[in-house]
Design a protein around this ligand. Structure first.
Ligand SMILES: O=C(CO)COP(=O)(O)O
Length: 140
């Protein structure tokens, strides 16, 4: 599965803790992240992560584009609900695309933990079917 990891600045320590605790689960998948979040997780865990631009510089939009291309299977976006973000429209667009494409989305630590456990238990395997039928339709 392709997993996107994102966290706002005040939640970076949290996502590093999450990635450290679930390193063995995450290591079985292809990982993507916004720039600063990805750097922090790589430094702490050594996981292999494709880093997009930083969120405020377009990283959320890049992940949104991947979602619309059916290239992301799950998003853990640990949001800071108490700090205004300059790029709020980009954040809303990303969350909206998760709903448009039925992509599992966690926006806080406890739901992220549940999604990661579900991922490891195979609850997301239906995404392979979704991707296969998409491939058939597009004649890949
Ligand atoms: O701003 C973000 C998400 O909206 C995260 O971006 P960074 O990981 O680059 O800090």
């Amino acid at each position: 599965m392709n997993i996107a990891l994102i966290a706002h600045d005040k939640k970076k320590d949290d996502i590093v803790k999450l990635a450290t605790a679930y390193k063995d689960v995450l290591a079985k998948h292809r990982l993507f992240a916004t720039g600063t979040t990805g750097g922090r997780i790589i430094d702490a865990t050594g996981l292999d992560i494709h880093r997009f631009k930083s969120g405020p510089l377009g990283g959320d939009q890049q992940i949104g584009a991947y979602i619309s291309d059916n290239k992301i299977d799950m998003v853990c976006f640990i949001r800071d609900p108490l700090t205004p973000q300059a790029h709020e429209p980009d954040i809303s667009a990303l969350l909206r695309l998760c709903d448009v494409y039925e992509i599992p989305l966690a926006t806080n630590m406890s739901s992220a933990e549940m999604l990661l456990r579900g991922l490891d238990a195979g609850f997301l395997d239906w995404r392979n079917v979704a991707k296969e039928s998409d491939r058939d339709e597009l004649n890949f």
